[in-house]
Write a protein that binds this ligand. Structure first.
Ligand SMILES: NC(=O)c1ccc[n+]([C@@H]2O[C@H](COP(=O)([O-])OP(=O)(O)OC[C@H]3O[C@@H](n4cnc5c(N)ncnc54)[C@H](OP(=O)(O)O)[C@@H]3O)[C@@H](O)[C@H]2O)c1
Length: 376
């Protein structure tokens, strides 16, 4: 019975947040995509394929381009009937903009860059503040001030929902267990129409969403359960391990990317060929654990990687959905964008879910992105 309920949720195209807002369960990631033409193409492909969520961040430096892409799509009716209200836009506060005033201003900047009147979800990208050492206690003060700015912007209806990203349970519990009388501000912006030190007590907001790294090699079950217990929607990032969970030769990031974990990491999960055989029996590719790939009557070089990648990506993303997470795969290849949305025609059995979960046990765990554990 429990498995059935879980699978029904997993098949959902939308989740309902604790404030009643509907959030699509699959979205397009846009990290490291800045070029206007590339964004125009992958956003259009995504929206035509059924995606309704786009994930960006101030630090991706692509909000303006995403705003331009959407404007072109709406003005030219490139996806017939689609309007701003159909899209769920996610952006994030840069670590350099922590604190009440800077956060308040950063949201105004994001609204302007994206060319919208409201943003569907705004997240504090990282619990720390740029240029502060991880153990510095000021990190905690700054992110609480940022949160107050987000609460005010949420109440002012500039943000339809608010949340955090890369928080540990310790960081989250600070927000959730705040005493209800803590409504004083250390300072407030003169430009802020809502928040003044003399404001009456406001309604505090529990984060609606938490976005963090989650894939079979980093299934943070305790964190997932903590979020679920507090009705915080989990949004998984790097579901494909930045591509490194599915292909043998991972694409290298730009040399200026400060967040990339360059350590050599294990590649594709070895159970994947069996799972692909099981869940995609009609696949034209026959996979062999030993040889990597054997193709029925086809030139392996022509099909192996694309077929293997497609199915692996779908299994990894479906694993996230079956843990009730939102998934946001990033791709600039039209076919991959389409494949990554094709997640609703199969279901991973509980025993295979457990098998995939087991890759997160000690010794197998891999974190591809930044680690917030030491942030005070
Ligand atoms: N909150 C945070 O701190 C944080 C951190 C990291 C990411 N994110 C968000 O999460 C999104 C997704 O994470 P991510 O970009 O790190 O990595 P990801 O989605 O796990 O993987 C993206 C990589 O996989 C490749 N890929 C995508 N679909 C594929 C397929 N079907 N077959 C083979 N390869 C495929 C892509 O290459 P091509 O583009 O060449 O297809 C790209 O190199 C980001 O874009 C961003 O929006 C948030």
């Amino acid at each position: 019975m429990a498995a059935k309920a879980a699978s029904m949720t997993a098949g959902a195209r939308f989740y309902t947040l604790s404030n009643g807002v509907r959030m699509p369960s699959v979205g397009l990631g846009t990290y490291r995509v800045r070029e206007q033409g590339a964004l125009d193409a992958c956003i259009l492909e995504a929206l035509r394929s059924g995606y309704r969520l786009i994930d960006t961040a101030t630090v991706y430096r692509n909000e303006a381009q995403i705003g331009n892409s959407l404007k072109k799509i709406f003005e030219n009716d490139l996806v017939p009937g689609l309007t701003r209200q159909d899209i769920f836009l996610v952006s994030k506060l840069a670590p350099k903009d922590q604190g009440y005033d800077a956060c308040y201003q950063a949201v105004q900047d994001s609204l302007r860059q994206l060319q919208v009147d409201y943003i569907d979800l705004y997240l504090i990208h990282w619990p720390g503040t740029a240029k502060l050492k991880l153990p510095n206690a000021q990190n905690a003060i700054n992110r609480m001030e940022s949160w107050r700015a987000l609460e005010d912007l949420y109440h002012a209806k500039k943000l339809r929902s608010i949340g955090v990203s890369n928080y540990t349970i310790r960081h989250l519990s600070e927000l959730i267990e705040r005493p209800h009388h803590s409504h004083s501000y250390s300072h407030s912006s003169a430009e802020s129409p809502i928040a003044t030190p003399s404001s009456p007590a406001r309604t505090m907001v529990i984060p609606h969403v938490h976005q963090f790294e989650m894939h079979p090699r980093l299934f943070q079950q305790e964190l997932v359960e903590y979020c679920q217990a507090h009705r915080i929607q989990v949004q998984a990032y790097s579901s494909l391990g930045e591509g490194r969970l599915i292909v043998q030769t991972a694409p290298l990031p730009p040399p200026d990317d400060p967040y990339y974990n360059e350590k050599p990491v294990p590649g594709a999960l070895e159970v994947m060929p069996d799972l692909i055989r099981k869940y995609f029996p009609g696949s034209s590719a026959t996979l062999s654990k030993k040889n990597g790939m054997m193709i029925d009557g086809l030139e392996p070089a022509l099909i192996s990687e694309s077929e293997y990648s497609k199915r692996s990506a779908q299994i990894l993303l479906r694993w996230g959905l079956q843990h009730q997470a939102v998934v946001i795969p990033k791709s600039t290849h039209p076919q991959r964008v389409r494949d990554n949305f094709d997640l609703f025609s199969f279901e991973i059995e509980p025993s295979d879910m457990a098998l995939l979960d087991s890759y997160s046990t000690k010794g197998h765990r891999v974190r591809y992105c930044w680690d917030p554990t030491e942030v005070r």
